[in-house]
Ligand binder design. Sequence first.
Ligand code: ATP
Length: 217
Amino acid sequence: MSSHEPRVGMLGGTFDPVHLGHLRSAVELHEALALDQLHMIPAQQPPLRGRPQVSAQQRLSLLQVGIGDTPGLVADDRELQRGGPSYSVDTLAELRAHYGEHARLVMAIGYDAFLRLAQWHQPERIFALAHLVVIARPGYSDALPESLTELVGQRGVDSVEQLMQSPRGGYLFLELPSLLAISATGIRECLYQGKSVRYLMPEPVEQAIKHHGLYQQ
Ligand code: ATP
């Protein structure tokens, strides 16, 4: 199979709000996997957490502002358009249908999210649709629960080249160069308490949050 097939990544999340941990990881992922495009996709209704206080549309707008003109990154609103619970396997199926059977499709998640993957909707379908790339995240080093070891099975590969030899079905753990211990939870707390969030997110995102009075008490 040709190695010139499109390489497409998906990084889903709540992005409540988007921060430099997301954006720098996205840029490094785009480079490490030599992706044509990385779709950053806010969840309409994250199935496994409470309803965010800021609307999905506002989280999407902040993501758009954060990405700006960064090459290769796109703010993708398909989960907002779809409505209902945002299941990643449905999103992957849409991307697979769009890019075709031979595209190299990668679902990327941080290690914290990976630790909860067995609770997701139909996680066993992921590998029929895409590769799974897990990125290290500071502060999360728990061993894999047995349910996940089983899910991943013999799918592990050691390199991006190996992963990209097929369109789907592989698992790769990646430690990206910049490990940033930034979380949206920490940022929301700073904002509620009136503390500075400078250098945790792009300045235009900070300005938009202030302008619209988001994440205030
Ligand atoms: P919260 O603190 O509200 O749970 P979060 O900061 O973890 O939010 P999410 O929107 O839940 O952000 O994350 C989307 C995806 O990005 C997840 O796969 C998550 O693991 C990953 N991610 C978030 N922050 C980082 C970071 N600092 N470094 C690497 N990956 C991250």
